[in-house]
Design a protein around this ligand. Structure first.
Ligand code: ADP
Length: 262
């Protein structure tokens, strides 16, 4: 608590007491801590791929370049790491822009099935590469108020994870359920699943259930933190159900109407 004290002086100059203004600064302190944790995490996350890029480039310059096969392997690693670094920076900038400025929704009428189907197009190739069966919703006109780009980003992040964490030959499905006041997006996979004790933490920035595995899948640990923000900005809700070794289902529920439009 921050306290400010001031004498209370009457019009006739008489001191009549002390005014104490007490400020609860718990929230401010918490925000400050979150911010400094974020900077520390970002620095750490950036350091890892940069160290690896530097190491492989140095080894190549020190002579590994003579060996064509080794050279190709190292360059592949350098390419993958720089690609991840690129995505990491993009995600960090995106997350900090939506967190700090709380950019208001630019509300439009969104045809949800169309938004989902066009997002699914962009990940079809990735799913096919892993021989994953992709089950998509039928074309149907369901409209909600929201920002199309953000809704597509939610679906994209959840679908990308479903692909990343589902072994070859699995199945990924997206369905849309229209309710009275909301629309539910249900994204399921038959992947590795998430342990119950990890579930409450997966929406935290940079949190990964198994660091090595998710890093090699190219993840940044920011995908779900971004999803949570985008869902919140629509006054929506997100739920997750998962069984290890069986699969995971994310359910995003967005209201059809946005009342408190700024
Ligand atoms: P990442 O970029 O590492 O995928 P996310 O924020 O998108 O980061 O997800 C956080 C963590 O939650 C992941 O590292 C992974 O461990 C777990 N996770 C997310 N989606 C799934 C899923 N569909 N199946 C299994 N684990 C998942």
């Amino acid at each position: 608590v921050d306290a400010h004290l001031a004498p209370y002086i009457r019009e006739n100059g008489e001191v009549n007491g002390i005014i104490a203004v007490l400020h609860d600064v718990t929230d401010i302190r918490r925000l400050e801590k979150m911010r400094s944790d974020f900077v520390a995490n970002v620095s750490h996350e950036l350091k890892t791929p940069i160290t690896s890029l530097k190491g492989f480039a140095e080894t190549l310059l020190d002579g590994a370049m003579e060996d064509e096969e080794l050279c190709r392997d190292f360059l592949t690693i350098i390419y993958k790491e720089s690609d991840r670094l690129h995505r990491l920076i993009k995600d960090i900038l995106y997350l900090s822009s939506i967190e700090h400025h709380g950019i208001p929704l630019s509300i439009e009428k969104v045809n949800v099935t169309e938004a989902v189907l066009s997002t699914a197009q962009t990940i079809k190739e990735g799913a096919a590469k892993k021989n994953l069966k992709l089950i998509l919703p039928e074309k149907k006109d369901i409209w909600i108020e929201g920002e199309k780009d953000r809704i597509q980003q939610i679906v994209l992040n959840l679908l990308s994870n479903a692909i990343a964490y589902t072994p070859e030959g699995g199945e990924i499905s997206v369905s849309i359920k229209e309710e009275d006041k909301a629309v539910k997006f249900i994204i399921s996979d038959t992947g590795i699943g998430i342990a119950q004790k990890e579930l409450p933490r997966i929406f935290e920035r940079f949190y990964r259930v198994e660091k090595a595995r998710s890093r090699s899948s190219g993840g940044t640990g920011l995908g779900l933190a971004i999803v949570k923000h985008l869902v919140d900005s629509h006054n929506g809700k997100i739920e997750v159900k998962s069984v290890e070794g069986v699969g995971t289902t994310f359910i995003v529920s967005l209201p059809k109407k946005q009342n408190n439009v700024i």
